[in-house]
Design a protein around this ligand. Structure first.
Ligand code: HXC
Length: 292
């Protein structure tokens, strides 16, 4: 990301202590970079220690400050508890959590096994709740403050063909955002969400557009004629997580150039034309990817 495109003043996020789940790669890394650049201490978690270490080193070399890599699979509530303990021990309470970690692949729903469904739901639906619960209980007990930001997608409103476990899980987190905004708002916790349209990353392209097929390009139908740029997402994340937006609570903000709404939420429509052999081929490509 070109950090000169951040719209906020230097030092805006000094004193903030933010956990970004899935912060080693993709959108999570971009948001972590923006928070760091603006003065926050950032914790990034994910499943691959090597990738997290590399990201932390690169970001600190570029911007200074403190990025702490934490290996944690958010499907494991005990591992989350241990990670949050370690963060608290490292310098006190978190002031922000970005629930960004996700998993997704395109598939005909009739081709999904129970394990396939759970592979997505355990990360997005259950894992996001586990992280939120662990941090939220501490903040309530200790009397601190915390901003929670969930990274969703625009299909939380219309659903989406071919990504049903993701659509269901992310819709649930949208509901969690609204619910906890009301229940825990009085404890100085805010809950907001961003619903991005297409912001291509390697992991997303490998699983949602294998071999260039699928819905990974809606540039022709998007009113802006392009996909999103990372600094645009990062600016919105900083606004929602930073000081000055304290009265924004329980909101989910789309950032998609209006393309998804304009097309009725059907940018996977070309997938209806594919036959069994093509789905077999795409499944093999998705399973063969190492991108996270
Ligand atoms: C059918 C599939 C499949 C496929 C996996 N499975 N891929 N089924 N079609 N293409 C099934 C497997 O057969 C298995 O079920 C079960 O899912 C678990 O598979 P594993 O590979 O063992 O799972 P695991 O190693 O835990 O990997 C998790 C994952 C993987 C979610 C499947 O994709 C991952 O690690 N993703 C993380 C990164 C990511 O997905 N990034 C993209 C996020 S984009 P059986 O029955 O065989 O045991 C996003 C929003 C996009 O979230 C928004 C766009 C607008």
């Amino acid at each position: 990301m070109d950090v000169s495109q951040l719209m906020f003043r230097p030092g805006l996020m000094e004193g903030e202590r933010i956990l970004v789940t899935g912060g080693g790669t993709g959108l999570g890394r971009e948001m972590a970079e923006a928070f760091l650049k603006l003065g926050a201490t950032v914790y990034i978690c994910g499943r691959r220690q090597g990738k997290l270490d590399e990201t932390a080193q690169e970001l600190m070399a570029q911007h200074g400050g403190k990025v702490v890599p934490m290996t944690c699979d958010i499907r494991d509530a005990d591992a989350i508890h241990a990670m949050i303990d370690a963060i608290w021990a490292d310098g006190g309470a978190l002031t922000g959590v970005v629930n960004n970690a996700a998993g997704n692949f395109i598939s005909r729903t009739e081709d999904l096994s129970v394990n396939g469904f759970n592979a997505i739901a355990d990360i997005v639906f259950r894992g996001t709740f586990y992280v939120t619960l662990d941090v939220g209980k501490r903040i309530k007990a200790e009397g601190g403050r915390c901003n929670f930001l969930a990274i969703l997608t625009t299909w939380v409103w219309n659903g989406s063909a071919f990504v049903v476990p993701s659509a269901m899980s992310k819709s649930a987190i949208n509901t969690m955002t609204q619910s906890l905004a009301v229940e825990w708002g009085r404890y100085n916790m805010r809950f907001n969400a961003i619903a991005p349209g297409l912001f291509p990353t390697k992991g997303m392209s490998a699983r949602l557009s294998p071999g260039g097929r699928g819905g990974n390009s809606n540039n022709e139908i998007n009113p802006m004629g392009r996909h999103g740029e990372m600094h645009e997402l990062a600016n919105l994340a900083v606004f929602l997580m930073g000081p000055g937006a304290e009265y924004v609570n329980g909101q989910t903000i789309a950032i998609d150039g209006a393309g998804y709404q304009a097309t009725g939420g059907t940018f996977w429509a070309p997938l209806h034309a594919l036959g069994d052999a093509e789905w077999d081929q795409m499944r093999a490509m998705i399973k063969g990817t190492n991108e996270k």
